[in-house]
Design a protein. Structure first.
Length: 50
């Protein structure tokens, strides 16, 4: 068996992980899309049928 070797690349020391960076980019876009999408006229009168 081979001994464990550390990966050659290291995490950057800027404190922001890839997951955090991705969330910071996508969350505002998702919220804006949800806020700007057109509302259906029947939403106030009983919602969807079916």
């Amino acid at each position: 068996m081979h001994a464990y070797q550390k990966p050659t690349h290291q995490k950057p020391d800027n404190g922001t992980s890839l997951v955090t960076f991705t969330l910071l980019l996508t969350a505002p876009a998702v919220l804006a899309a949800a806020a700007l999408r057109p509302r259906s006229r029947s939403a106030g009168r009983g919602g969807r049928r079916g």
